[in-house]
Design a protein around this ligand. Structure first.
Ligand SMILES: [Zn+2]
Length: 82
């Protein structure tokens, strides 16, 4: 499973949170708010063979989703800031 934290590849002008439909702030092609971006290429052992699913979540919807996890998210701090 691939969870892409960074969004470098903005193919569309407008981006929306898939959960609440909120439009995400983009200025001059640069995303101005952090977003949870997920991409999953379903494989042979799924019932979605070869489908690629992608979605974005705003931080508020992300917080709501992870608050329902039985096992909490692993959190570590990034040491190098690019
Ligand atoms: Zn949202």
């Amino acid at each position: 499973m691939k969870w892409l934290k960074d969004v470098h590849d903005l193919k569309h002008k407008d981006m929306y949170c898939n959960v609440c439909g909120k439009k995400l702030k983009i200025e001059h092609g640069i995303l101005k708010e952090d977003v949870f971006s997920a991409k999953k290429e379903w494989g042979y052992f799924s019932h979605k063979d070869l489908q690629i699913h992608t979605f974005n979540m705003c931080e508020r919807c992300y917080n709501r989703m992870v608050s329902e996890f039985v096992i909490p998210v692993d959190i570590s701090l990034k040491r190098e800031v690019m």
